[in-house]
Design a protein around this ligand. Structure first.
Ligand SMILES: [Zn+2]
Length: 81
């Protein structure tokens, strides 16, 4: 089953190369996660404030074991279109 996550882009971003998106939680109604896209040195990384990202993804940033949480993946999918 594929759930299409709604990705909403923030109005303002104060820093060049940085964009902020909001992705609603699938498990908790009304909750949304903030995903920050940072483009630096030719690489794009998505940082999310969900627990999955902080606990399981964050330690692997900068290594080849890194993968996005589903919110970061949804934003990546959306912006690649
Ligand atoms: Zn997330």
């Amino acid at each position: 089953m594929t759930i299409e996550l709604i990705v909403e882009r923030a109005e303002k971003n104060p820093i060049a190369g940085v964009r902020t998106f909001y992705v609603p939680s699938e498990s908790e109604e009304g909750k949304r996660y903030q995903v920050v896209e940072i483009k630096r040195d030719g690489k794009t990384t998505y940082y999310c404030n969900c627990g999955d990202f902080f606990n399981r993804k964050l330690p692997f940033i900068g290594t080849n074991l890194f993968s996005n949480c589903k919110h970061g993946a949804a934003v990546k999918e959306r912006v690649s279109k």
